[in-house]
Design a protein around this ligand. Structure first.
Ligand SMILES: [Zn+2]
Length: 311
C-alpha cells in the first residue's frame, strides 16, 4: 500500500502539493481546470493527451518533452490510464508520483501494477517502483461522470475484487479487503448508491493489488486489443471465468452486470488465434485457482461470443 493515503471529502483540496508538478490526465480542459482550481495547484505543467490503454511510445514522448524542466512530482489525475502513465514515467525518471483517481474503478492508486501497450498489445507489468508516493481518494470527482464510464469502472472494481478473492496468491488479509470491497460495490450498484464507489474501488485495489487478478482479466485483453473498454470487456469475461472457476461470486457478479445492462461481446479474430495471445499471460493465468489449458481458453471465449453469458 502507498505510505500516504488521503481519503475522504476534501482530501484532494486539503493536500499540500509541491510546486512544479506535471499533471497527467485523460480529460479535457473544461473539466480539469475546475479540478485543478479545487486542488489549489500552483506552478504546474499539464499533459492532457493520454488516451486509454496508453502506449509505451506516449510515455517516452512525455519523458522527452519535460526533460530539463525540473519537474518535482508527477500527478496522475483521471482514470487508470493517467495513473499508469505516471507509474511508468516515475520508474524511468525516479521522480515521485501522486495518484488521484477520478473514475474509481481500477484501484491503480493502491497497486504496484501498471498496464502499458507494447506493439498494440496490452501488457500487465508489476514493479515496486510503480507504487504511489501518495494516493488521494476524494469523492469530489465522482458527480458528472458519464454513465458509461461509471459502469465500466464499477465493473472493473468488482471483477478485481472477486478475481482477487479467488486468486491462488490470496491470503486471509487480501481476502478480507476483496470481500469487503465486493460487498460495498455490489451495494453501491444494486441499491443506487454511487457515492460508495470510491471507497469500494480503493479497497478492491488494496485486496487484488496484493493477490492479483486471474482468468477473467486474462480473457479480457484480446477484447481490449480490439477496442472494447477494459471494464466493459470484464462484464462477460469475468462472468465466464467465474463460472469456469466455480467462484462463490459467479451469481452475484452476473446480477450486477445485468443491472448495469452490459451487452454481449464480439471478437474479430478467430478464437484459436486469440487463445494463443492469452496463453502466455502467466501473470494472470498462473494465479487462477484452477489450472487453465488452451482448450479451456477456447471454450471460455466461445461461451463469451457465441451466447450471452449474462442471461
Ligand atoms: Zn482491471
Amino acid at each position: 500500500m502507498p505510505r500516504k493515503i488521503a481519503y475522504g471529502e476534501n482530501a484532494a483540496k486539503e493536500f499540500e502539493y509541491p510546486e512544479n508538478c506535471l499533471v497527467v490526465t485523460t480529460t479535457t480542459p473544461d473539466i480539469y481546470e475546475k479540478w485543478l482550481s479545487y486542488m489549489g495547484l500552483k506552478n504546474y505543467e499539464i499533459y492532457d493527451k493520454v488516451t486509454p490503454d496508453p502506449a509505451i511510445e506516449t510515455i517516452e514522448e512525455i519523458k522527452k518533452k519535460y526533460e530539463g524542466k525540473k519537474i518535482s512530482t508527477y500527478i496522475g489525475l483521471g482514470g487508470g490510464s493517467s495513473m499508469d502513465v505516471c507509474k511508468y514515467l516515475s520508474k524511468l525518471t525516479g521522480i515521485p508520483k501522486i495518484l488521484i483517481p477520478t473514475t474509481f474503478g481500477t484501484g491503480a492508486e493502491m497497486t504496484t501494477y501498471a498496464v502499458v501497450s507494447f506493439d498494440h498489445k496490452k501488457k500487465l507489468l508489476q514493479d515496486e517502483a510503480f507504487l504511489a508516493d501518495a494516493a488521494i481518494v476524494d469523492p469530489y470527482f465522482l458527480p458528472g461522470t458519464p454513465f458509461n464510464i461509471m459502469r465500466n469502472s464499477a465493473c472493473d472494481a468488482m471483477a478485481q475484487a472477486s478475481e482477487g478473492y479467488d486468486s491462488k496468491l490470496g491470503n486471509p488479509f487480501t481476502r478480507l479487503f476483496c470481500k469487503e470491497a465486493f460487498d460495498i460495490l455490489e451495494n453501491a450498484i444494486m441499491n443506487d448508491k454511487p457515492e460508495l464507489l470510491p471507497y469500494g474501488a480503493m479497497l478492491s485495489g488494496i485486496g487484488f493489488g496484493n493477490s492479483s487478478t486471474t482468468l477473467g482479466h486474462a480473457l479480457s485483453y484480446v477484447f481490449s486489443n480490439e477496442g472494447v473498454p477494459h471494464g466493459y470487456s470484464l462484464s462477460s469475461c469475468t462472468t465466464v471465468a467465474h463460472k469456469f472457476n466455480k467462484s462463490p461470486y459467479y451469481e452475484r457478479f452476473k446480477k450486477v452486470c445485468q443491472k448495469l445492462k452490459f451487452e454481449p461481446l464480439q471478437l474479430k479474430q478467430p478464437l484459436d488465434q486469440a487463445a494463443d495471445v492469452i496463453m502466455p499471460d502467466r501473470g494472470h493465468l498462473d494465479n487462477n485457482p484452477i489450472n487453465v489449458t488452451k482448450q479451456d481458453i477456447v471454450k471460455c471465449l466461445g461461451d463469451i461470443v457465441n451466447s450471452n453469458p449474462l442471461i
